[in-house]
Design a protein around this ligand. Structure first.
Ligand SMILES: [Zn+2]
Length: 236
């Protein structure tokens, strides 16, 4: 499936994804360091409060890491061809989230020097944090090269039907919430912003999955009606 229709992340998208991945790894390393610190210094009756504070910090780091990791995967997804790699790349956030707590959970629950109360409180909080990190780190709808390729095909076909010039669409270069492409460069969302243009496929390759802006969609459907009416008139 490596023809010219296959999704290939642009160099910029790959660069950005790499940045996100580096920050994700840093967050996970810090989470692991936090766990090591907690294991060696904080599993005792006297330091329960500090143990809980550290668990919260580790959880925040684990979630930050997996959020960045998933963002990177959306810009530069894995291929489904290699199933093992596909699974690990998309679920690494869940794996790291669990690993950031599992040794600590085991060591709290098997510790013989702390009271039952401390064990109960610390064990419960660490277990809940582990589950939270695991669930938020998992990707339940992982992106893939194949999915994007299929999506590009579908969206291009839909846009063509709506009368949109699918080789000349527009999108914001920088930071957008949810990726949108626009059929018209005078759309109000593009006003005063730095805009890129190209095909729908290119909008995917630069920004990850991309969707037609609602305002442009309305405008296109309005513009398409007269054409259809004209065609009907011509046919008669
Ligand atoms: Zn628009």
């Amino acid at each position: 499936m490596s023809d010219q229709n296959t999704f290939v992340a642009s160099p910029e998208a790959k660069g950005k994804a790499k940045q996100f991945r580096i920050f994700a790894v840093i967050a996970w390393v810090l989470a692991m360091a936090g766990q090591a610190y907690a294991i060696f210094n904080l599993i005792s009756d006297e330091t329960l409060v500090w143990l809980i504070v550290t668990i919260v910090v580790i959880l925040a780091l684990a979630i930050t890491g997996s959020t960045l990791w998933k963002k990177a995967n959306r810009l530069d997804p894995a291929s489904e061809k290699d199933q093992t790699r596909f699974f690990i790349q998309n679920q690494l956030g869940a794996i790291m989230g669990v690993l950031a707590f599992l040794p600590m959970v085991i060591l709290i629950l098997t510790n013989k020097n702390i009271s039952g109360k401390t064990k109960g409180i610390a064990g419960a909080i660490a277990t809940v944090a582990m589950l939270a990190a695991g669930v938020t780190g998992a990707d339940f709808n992982p992106p893939s090269v194949e999915k994007y390729t299929e999506e590009i095909k579908q969206k291009t076909a839909e846009a063509k039907l709506a009368g949109i010039d699918t080789d000349n669409v527009f999108w914001l270069k920088e930071g957008t919430k949810g990726n949108k492409y626009h059929a018209y460069d005078d759309c109000r969302y593009l006003k005063g912003k730095s805009v890129s243009s190209g095909s729908i496929k290119q909008s995917f390759e630069q920004k990850g999955s991309s969707e037609l802006c609602k305002i442009c969609q309305k405008k296109a459907s309005k513009a398409a009606i007269p054409n259809e009416v004209e065609e009907l008139i011509e046919e008669q």
